[in-house]
Design a protein around this ligand. Structure first.
Ligand code: TXA
Ligand code: MG
Length: 342
């Protein structure tokens, strides 16, 4: 059975201690971060990392992110030339701790199972106090992908983790709801000719405008195969219920036999999809205000609510393609890929 420990102020130290003990013993533990919950294992312990893949049913070709507690730890896990080190330091200074992940050449200490045999490793330093404390006390990097079964919606609460992985893992540390709500931004860092090149592998809370202050942001072309860009699977974040997105509201033609749920951006006060149809269920991301960060925080929670509501299909409204709206639309597009047959 899966135990849940609360890392509230009273239980903080005990929860951290138990988590570290489990990790040291080669077990997996679900941990809170500011983005989504992760399923953590000691990154230097191949057998523990194998359990992460098993619990998530994640294919072995999809590499994991490792989490560190101190900036200096980057030198233990990454092989950096002096030129690259300068850029990496600027990026750490700007975005760590926080929802930002760098893909860099790895050191031999990182087992191949973590990186799926790639010569690079994805590294991040979380700003969540619970994750930070556990990582610091363990003293080793923690490999932690999102704590969902492969291809499904990422969990932003301990309850959501339990629904995804309950019975498969021994322990969940409950650190409350995630306050960023979307997975970290991932960039592959390269030197480039004039400016550093930041290849944006996954859009996230650190947005293009932030990254441009440090380097040239490059959006990789569609990968030719999985080895080329393991993290860019088209279908991902998918609810069990079919999910549709449309170019414009008029493109939605309901099937009278079916019941529909709506994922609305601004809710009832604004135009869009809400007044178009008598929806069975509506989830609003940022009612009235239409604030993109608020919408990002609520996105996965709202998708789960709709998925569990029993409707036959979900229609999702996309948002403005600016700032974190890029990441929201990216997740919605991937969540609907299966429905589109991709
Ligand atoms: O916010 C987050 O990043 C969360 C929390 C738990 O830290 N973690 C997370 O991990 O989203 P995961 O495994 O669900 O997504 C990591 C992505 C995957 O799509 C993986 O393919 C990609 O990062 N990735 C990992 N290592 C890579 C590498 N060496 N090169 C390219 N992509 C990599
Ligand atoms: Mg994931």
């Amino acid at each position: 059975e899966t135990e849940i420990l609360y890392a509230d102020p009273e239980g903080f130290e005990e929860a951290v201690g138990v988590a570290v003990q489990q990790l040291n013993g080669g077990e997996v533990v679900a941990l809170p971060t500011e983005t989504v919950y992760g399923l953590g294992a000691n990154a230097l312990d191949e057998n523990a990392v194998a359990k992460v893949f098993e619990a998530k049913e994640r294919p072995s070709f999809d590499p994991l992110i490792i989490h560190i507690a101190r900036k200096e730890q980057i030198y233990e896990v990454c092989e950096l030339t002096p030129e690259l080190e300068v850029v990496v330091q600027q990026l750490m200074e700007a975005f760590w701790p926080g929802p930002f992940t760098m893909v860099l050449p790895k050191k031999d200490i990182i087992p191949d199972i973590v990186t799926s045999g790639q010569p690079t490793v994805a590294v991040r330093m979380s700003g969540h106090p619970v994750m930070h404390a556990i990582c610091k006390e363990l003293g080793k990097p923690i490999a932690a992908p999102s704590a969902n079964r492969f291809g499904r919606i990422s969990p932003t609460s301990a309850i959501a983790v339990e629904k995804e992985l309950g019975g498969r893992i021994p322990l969940i540390i409950d650190g409350g709801a995630c306050n960023s709500g979307l997975e970290s931004t991932i960039v592959r860092v390269e030197l480039g000719e004039k400016r550093p090149e930041l290849h944006l592998l996954r859009a996230g809370p650190v947005v293009k405008e932030d990254l441009q202050k440090i380097g040239k942001v490059i959006r990789p072309k569609k990968p030719r195969n999985i080895e080329e860009a393991p993290g860019q699977l088209e279908s991902h974040y998918a609810p069990a219920t079919p999910l549709y997105i449309f170019e414009k509201p008029e493109d939605f033609v309901p099937d009278p036999e079916l019941s529909y749920g709506l994922l609305s951006y601004r809710g009832a006060e604004k135009d869009g999809y809400i007044n178009l149809y008598d929806w069975d269920v509506v989830e609003e991301l940022s009612p009235g205000k239409g604030k993109l960060p608020e919408a990002a925080v609520r996105l996965f929670f709202a998708l789960r609510q709709l998925d569990e509501s029993g409707v036959d299909a979900i229609v999702a409204e996309t948002v403005a393609e600016t700032a974190i709206g890029v990441a929201i639309n990216d997740r919605l597009r991937r969540a609907s890929a299966k429905t589109r047959g991709q």
